[in-house]
Ligand binder design. Structure first.
Ligand code: BGC
Length: 418
């Protein structure tokens, strides 16, 4: 008799928990059409890789479509300024061969990625090596080798420090693309610095990189032992740690805030609450972001985290890049935010920033936000390595997409529209 009561109440409990899951539940929603489910593009903004123009159609795919990234121009300016400040503060030691030329090399991530382009421009503009086109934008093409200073893509800059004039020259730059086609490729950067150093190593006074993955590869291959300051971007844990050993500095793009926003927008859309909940407006659990860490641009439906320079003055605060942002670290209530299923892609399983910083953060926030996320990692080369894995969109309630190439949003929206 007792047994039966127990069995009954278990059945009742199960029925209740199924109801609490709403239309979504374990297997995704069967009442909402895939084309109406929330979509968040993150880290790679849908855009034309030749012109940089944003793909507004993809950004407005449905009412619950957003982009989450970081403020590329503000970050690029910070990176350039950080390098310039370093040169000024260390001028006595920087020009190693005393030729009056401060030579730098630059690792470029992806010539068709707006964030990469912004960083190249930021460095050139701060160091005075930028060439401006008729439309007012700065040329971002890699120069190849420019030890003679004759490249049409850059010019020699001039710096006046302590009454002395120095020339600043971009000696070499290259898109770090593997033979198989992976961009932002760290091993390629390690090989490039070795090649450059063997032919004009004594002229290289600074190493700059569009990200830490490539920056650390160059640091480990050459600049660490040569004591040449190396600058990257992302504030990955290994790079921040290396600041103690001479890595020049990096930029935190506030991945802790971006990872939160990536999943939070999805959460809000699924809960049908105001999009600002837990973002600019405190939620019931007490999560809220302050204005100094992000901004929202309505016109592009984009959330952008703000960047912070990480140098020897403050690096100790950034040693672990996988720590979540405290103001948004509180667990949501399962009653009001029941578990939902999310399909999330990472364009390249080898990307140090996405794999070592961003995904570990997402994995912490998904628990707090009651999201059951399926992580799918691509090979960084072919879109199909990611998109072919979206075989059954009906099994998910929402999608967070990091494309292999910024042009390819339509591959995903087509799948969701079928
Ligand atoms: C990061 C890079 C990363 C790239 C991938 C950038 O925001 O800084 O490290 O490789 O995104 O899209």
């Amino acid at each position: 008799m007792k047994k039966k009561v127990l069995a009954l109440s278990l059945a009742a409990a199960m029925a209740f928990s199924l109801a609490a899951c709403g239309g979504g539940g374990e297997g995704g929603s069967d009442t909402v059409a895939n084309k109406d489910k929330p979509v968040v593009w993150y880290n790679r903004q849908p855009s034309n890789s030749t012109t940089g123009e944003l793909n507004t159609e993809a950004l407005n795919f449905n009412e619950d479509t957003y982009y989450v990234g970081f403020d590329a121009n503000q970050g690029a300016e910070l990176q350039g300024q950080m390098i310039l400040d370093y040169i000024k503060a260390n001028i006595a030691d920087i020009d190693k061969n005393n030729d009056g030329i401060i030579g730098y090399v630059l690792a470029v991530g992806d010539i068709g990625h707006n964030d990469s382009i912004a960083r190249t421009r930021g460095v050139r503009s701060a160091l005075g090596t930028a060439v401006t086109k008729d439309d007012g934008t700065i040329v971002s093409n890699p120069v190849g080798t420019n030890t003679d200073g004759k490249s049409e893509f850059v010019q020699d800059g001039k710096l006046e420090i302590d009454g002395k004039t120095y020339i600043v020259r971009e000696l070499a730059s290259q898109e770090m693309k593997s033979n198989a086609g992976s961009t932002w490729d760290a091993p390629t950067a390690g090989n490039a610095i070795t090649t450059w150093a063997s032919s004009f190593g004594d002229q290289i006074d600074i190493v700059a990189s569009n990200n830490d993955g490539m920056g650390m590869s160059m640091f480990n291959a050459w600049s660490n032992k040569e004591k040449v300051p190396t600058f990257g971007y992302d504030a990955n844990s290994d790079a921040v740690k290396a600041i103690a050993n001479g890595y020049g500095g990096t930029i935190s793009q506030h991945a802790d805030v971006q990872a939160y926003l990536t999943l939070r927008v999805i959460r809000n859309a699924l809960d049908n609450v105001d999009m600002d909940t837990g973002i600019g407006t405190e939620d019931a659990a007490g999560n809220v972001l302050s204005e100094d860490v992000y901004k929202y641009d309505e016109a592009t439906r984009s959330y952008y985290a703000l960047n912070v320079a990480v140098t020897k003055d403050n690096y100790e605060d950034f040693l672990d890049s996988t720590v979540i942002w405290e103001p948004v670290s509180k667990q949501l209530d399962k009653e009001t935010s029941p578990e939902k299923k999310v399909w999330l892609s990472v364009y390249n399983s080898n990307d140090t920033f996405l794999g070592g910083t961003y995904q570990p953060l997402l994995e912490k926030y998904d628990n707090l936000l009651n999201l059951n996320v399926e992580y799918v990692q691509g090979d960084g080369q072919s879109e199909g390595s990611v998109s072919d894995r979206l075989t059954n969109p009906s099994a998910y309630d929402a999608f967070a997409i990091n494309m292999v190439k910024t042009d390819n949003a339509v591959t995903y929206t087509t799948k969701l529209s079928q």
